[in-house]
Design a protein around this ligand. Structure first.
Ligand SMILES: CC(=O)N[C@H]1[C@@H](OP(=O)(O)OP(=O)(O)OC[C@H]2O[C@@H](n3ccc(=O)[nH]c3=O)[C@H](O)[C@@H]2O)O[C@H](CO)[C@@H](O)[C@@H]1O[C@H](C)C(=O)N[C@@H](C)C(=O)N[C@H](CCC(=O)O)C(=O)O
Ligand SMILES: Nc1ncnc2c1ncn2[C@@H]1O[C@H](COP(=O)(O)OP(=O)(O)OP(=O)(O)O)[C@@H](O)[C@H]1O
Length: 511
């Protein structure tokens, strides 16, 4: 049973130079529960006060049985002793890991970061390793959290990377359920907010970086965004990264600062007359690249890479040339964890990801793609790929952009549409407290209406219906931005929404 004593808490906090004061007189007292939400407090619980905290939550926690609290400041309404700490997020992460007996030590972990491709690569990796380890691979992703082998062990996720206490709770459950490995996504916010403080990974992958998540409530600058993402490499035993991305020198030297070059693996697309500053360990190229699937060839280019024995051809069930890089990252990390080429082939050729390049064919109308692209980098990748495959096809995009965050996405989406689409229906996507029409107007400012026929339809379902039913044979329709989401975030509430895929699935039945 998970437990922690006062003495263990004090020792841990002192070791990390986080303790300001312990108000506890007994060092042998132990806690049976830990929580950061007063609504979840039960008897003999250690309660963490963090974030936009109100003293009333501490009253609530005391009523429900908290026997101590931890916080960056002492509360005058406290009737229980406190641990006053320098950084509550760091302290909570360390104490959570210790409370659950450091589950990470029993759960080899592969972690992905990157502006784009985390979920897809994590799904590929889980699918491969599930073959190798008899479906014993846990998952922490934007879409689902998997802590055991049965369907009741799968829950929808709230965040890309959960709060530390939730993450260690999940890892503990996974260990209890006999899971052998964990594949997880680590967002830059997770580092910014110390949700993974003290966590070490067996393999850390840096997929790519492009401007995103910069602004109010997220990262003040791109440099801060990059710094947060790079922390994944600092905390990994083996590092894998993509040579085709930007900021490579920065990324390479960050990896090298804590990892021997023999444990750093670099992959990149094969190009004519290629010269790189670093030895590329794995080269890949497309054997076949179509609107519905891919086949790639992976070639080991260094002695270190050859030892993984993954040279060969692999099918990928999801289209999009950028998914080839995601697949190679998954192949390398899985091989580092013991997967064989046949298991890699099975995982890559049988994995689709909800809301990522889902394809819906019609008889007499266009082909419809439902995709999570919601910034310049991702929408540009998708549209560029479709244009390269079908240069003569008319491309229609249906999209909106989120309110209250990622403001620069509006310009990016407009720019990507302007560069590669023929028609756009701007609509609603998680407007939060903003007016979706105003957001659409901001996107439209970056579209030349003489080149791209652009209109606004507030109701997302109506916009999708119009675009799909008006499409002609050979046209390509991209429903972008919401992916697998079945809600619209409006004024602090998740308002239920049918979902892009469900709407399209129903529509194409009659077409
Ligand atoms: C800005 C930010 O990081 N906010 C996160 C943070 O909020 P917070 O600590 O301020 O929590 P709060 O909801 O204001 O409440 C304060 C505290 O009072 C407690 N409380 C509240 C009510 C009550 O009755 N009793 C009680 O005890 C709460 O449990 C909480 O501990 O902690 C919460 C969980 O403990 C998170 O859900 C929340 O994420 C917000 C919702 C969020 O959406 N964050 C986004 C930006 C995010 O992290 N995204 C990344 C992906 C983006 C990327 O790639 O970087 C992600 O990993 O998902
Ligand atoms: N390697 C890549 N490079 C550029 N775009 C990509 C890449 N991989 C996926 N995409 C695009 O980004 C979208 C999101 O992909 P995915 O969910 O795998 O990434 P993510 O990093 O988890 O994204 P997010 O942080 O938004 O949750 C896809 O639907 C696709 O449009």
């Amino acid at each position: 049973m998970a437990q922690i004593t006062v003495a263990e808490v004090v020792l841990l906090l002192k070791e990390h130079n986080l303790l300001i004061e312990s108000q506890f007189s007994s060092s042998t007292h132990h806690f049976d529960q830990i929580a950061y939400n007063s609504k979840l407090v039960v008897d003999n619980c250690l309660f963490f006060c963090k974030g936009n905290f109100k003293p009333a939550y501490l009253d609530d926690a005391q009523t429900h049985g908290a026997t101590a609290y931890m916080s960056e400041k002492a509360y005058s309404n406290a009737k229980i002793p406190g641990f006053i700490v320098k950084n509550i997020q760091k302290a909570m992460s360390l104490v959570s890991a210790a409370f659950f007996g450091f589950p990470q030590d029993k759960l080899p972990t592969i972690a992905y970061t990157g502006t784009k491709g985390k979920t897809t690569s994590a799904y590929f990796t889980k699918a491969i390793l599930d073959q190798t380890y008899d479906r014993k691979v846990a998952l922490s992703s934007t879409i689902n959290t998997v802590v055991g082998p049965t369907s009741k062990d799968v829950v929808k996720s709230n965040l890309t990377t959960p709060e530390s206490l939730d993450l260690f709770t999940n890892m503990h459950k996974a260990v209890e359920n006999g899971m052998s490995h964990l594949v997880m996504e680590v967002s830059s916010q997770a580092y910014k907010k110390n949700r993974v403080y003290g966590l070490h990974y067996d393999v850390g992958v840096f997929l790519n970086i492009s401007p995103d998540h910069i602004g109010r409530n997220e990262h003040p600058t791109f440099a801060d965004y990059l710094h947060c993402k790079e922390q994944l490499l600092v905390n990994s035993d083996a590092c894998v990264f993509n040579a085709d991305g930007t900021h490579l020198t920065d990324i390479y030297y960050t990896a090298k600062a804590t990892t021997q070059p023999e444990n750093i693996y670099i992959y990149g697309r094969q190009r004519e007359g290629q010269e790189t500053e670093y030895p590329i360990d794995f080269l890949y190229h497309s054997i076949e690249d179509s609107l519905t699937e891919n086949e790639i060839q992976i070639t080991a280019n260094t002695e270190k890479a050859k030892k993984l024995h993954i040279d060969g051809a692999y099918h990928i069930a999801i289209p999009g040339d950028y998914n080839e890089g995601n697949a190679v990252a998954a192949a390398i990390t899985s091989a580092l964890m013991g997967a064989k080429p046949s298991e890699i082939e099975y995982g890559l050729s049988n994995t689709t990801v909800p809301g990522r390049m889902e394809i819906y064919q019609t008889k007499d109308h266009g082909t419809i793609y439902v995709d999570y692209a919601h910034n310049y980098g991702s929408l540009h990748s998708v549209l560029d790929f479709l244009k390269s495959q079908a240069p003569k096809s008319k491309v229609t995009v249906i999209t909106g952009s989120t309110g209250d965050k990622g403001i620069d996405r509006r310009e990016g989406l407009g720019k990507a549409i302007n560069e590669s689409a023929d028609q756009a229906y701007l609509t609603t996507d998680d407007p939060a407290t903003e007016d979706p029409k105003k957001i659409a107007e901001e996107i439209a400012q970056h579209i030349d209406p003489t080149q791209v026929a652009t209109s606004y339809i507030a109701d997302r379902k109506q916009a999708i219906t119009k675009a799909v039913t008006e499409s002609k044979k050979g046209d390509l329709v991209v429903v972008a931005g919401k992916g697998h989401d079945e809600y619209q975030k409006i004024n602090g509430k998740n308002v239920p929404y049918e979902g892009d895929a469900a709407i399209v699935k129903n529509l194409v039945k009659g077409l």
